[in-house]
Design a protein around this ligand. Structure first.
Ligand code: APR
Length: 265
């Protein structure tokens, strides 16, 4: 937990829970802040990788396409650098489990994550879209097929797609790379139906992800933010729960489940 952050009050948690229960189609949009308490550094804000090293080039995808062999060689070399190493040992934290519980009891309808760390899946979340991909997967740029990293032999670089012989790349979406159309469509469908978004640990600086929450707000929906600090979207949120995801989300999930049980009994 960050220093001198006021603990989120029970009244705020109750207010947020009431808003979620009053919504027809609550969804979540999560970012790197969800996984900080799993040991994975964020990109922006205190301790952020981009804060430390500067934002990466905005044309990483074009650089890969210009020399895929080199791109693959760099990927193999970087397996233990500061971006990948924390992913290997990371486990879901109570924040991930809280969202999975809200899905299990039928409250949370869908979750869009910008995280590539697989932690929502590991926490048992089912109805989700990984809009920036998943670090454990390899994707074919021609036919769109996805493979577990271990399924792809690296004898030949770049490795050919086992299905169509097309060009394979990490599933994680590089800067400058279009979001795979099927993923984008799925996110758009769920956000179009949504009237409330719980934003968990995102600076809301990257599009199209942040745009889904803004569209819900513009259509008269509501936004609840769970973030240790102010973000780009704080000013249009109906409620900002200024605390750590691993602390606030379990409290919110328990309050929602309790109020819901009381109403159903
Ligand atoms: N609990 C909740 N929020 C937190 C916590 C925490 N313990 N720690 C940090 N945060 C917040 C920060 O205040 C910040 O607003 O999480 C947010 C992290 O923001 P970013 O690092 O920008 O991550 P994200 O919003 O996911 O970035 C979007 O940018 O670089 C690309 O592809 C990358 O998916 C990423 C995208």
């Amino acid at each position: 937990m960050a220093k001198n952050v006021e603990r989120v009050t029970d009244e705020q948690i109750t207010r947020a829970a009431e808003m979620v229960l009053a919504a027809r189609y609550p969804i979540a949009l999560t970012g790197a802040g969800m996984s900080v308490e799993s040991g994975i550094p964020p990109f922006r804000g205190p301790g952020g990788l981009w804060t430390k090293y500067g934002e990466p080039p905005m044309n990483g995808y074009q650089i890969f396409l210009a020399d895929p062999k080199k791109g693959w060689e760099e990927r193999i070399k970087r397996q233990d650098d500061e971006l990948f190493a924390p992913l290997k040992g990371a486990r879901p934290n109570p924040g991930h489990y809280a969202f999975a519980e809200l899905e299990r009891i039928g409250v949370l309808r869908f979750l869009i994550t910008q995280n590539v760390d697989d932690l929502h899946r590991q926490a048992g979340h089912k109805a989700l879209a990984e809009i920036h991909g998943n670090w454990k997967l390899i994707r074919c740029l021609q036919c769109g097929a996805r493979f577990q990293s271990g399924e792809i032999s690296l004898e030949v670089l770049p490795p050919p797609c086992p299905q169509c012989k097309g060009l394979l790349k990490a599933d994680t979406v590089a800067f400058g790379e279009p979001i795979p159309p099927a993923v984008l469509r799925e996110c758009a469908e769920h956000s179009a139906r949504s009237d409330l978004v719980i934003l968990g640990g995102t600076s809301a600086t990257v599009y199209p992800a942040a745009g889904f929450a803004i569209e819900v707000k513009e259509r008269g929906g509501r936004l609840i933010e769970v973030n240790l600090y102010e973000s780009e979207i704080t000013r249009i949120c109906d409620l900002s729960l200024r605390g750590g995801a691993a602390d606030v989300l379990p409290r919110l999930s328990q309050k929602i489940a309790g109020l819901r049980r009381a109403r159903l009994s």
